[in-house]
Design a protein around this ligand. Structure first.
Ligand SMILES: [Zn+2]
Length: 129
């Protein structure tokens, strides 16, 4: 029941995730969705960003932040380390990397699974069918 309610109002959903149980948005985790009207929606981490992405219909650009270097990149081109043994923001943690090699190095230390953009979305939004 809660779920269908969430889907009804995506703007509300995004506001809810952006607040992310009162956690402060840290630059290294920021995930940004720019909608077709140019409005920027900042999410606290890739976890929330990817969930918001799949619910946002009028998205124009989606940007992730490299976890090591802090630079912004196109979310679709990032490598995502999902569920490492490190909690950065929301659980399960999702970290974004621009370099696959650096993601691998990180994985050696903290575990988790490296996936592409689409698989990361699937991981966070399991299909019900
Ligand atoms: Zn978060």
């Amino acid at each position: 029941m809660g779920k269908s309610l969430l889907l009804q109002n995506s703007a509300w959903t995004i506001r809810r995730f952006a607040r992310c149980v009162g956690k402060k948005i840290k630059e290294r985790h920021t995930f940004t969705i720019i909608d077709t009207e140019g409005k920027k929606i900042h999410l606290c981490c890739p976890h929330c960003g990817l969930i918001a992405y799949s619910r946002q219909v009028n998205r124009w650009q989606t940007l992730a932040t490299d976890f090591i270097h802090g630079h912004v990149m196109t979310a679709a081109q990032a490598h995502y380390l999902i569920d490492p043994e490190l909690t950065i923001c929301c659980s399960p943690s999702v970290l974004a990397f621009s370099s696959h090699e650096e993601a691998l190095k990180f994985q050696k230390g903290f575990g988790g699974r490296i996936v592409n953009f689409h698989l990361a979305i699937e991981f966070l939004n399991p299909k019900h069918s």
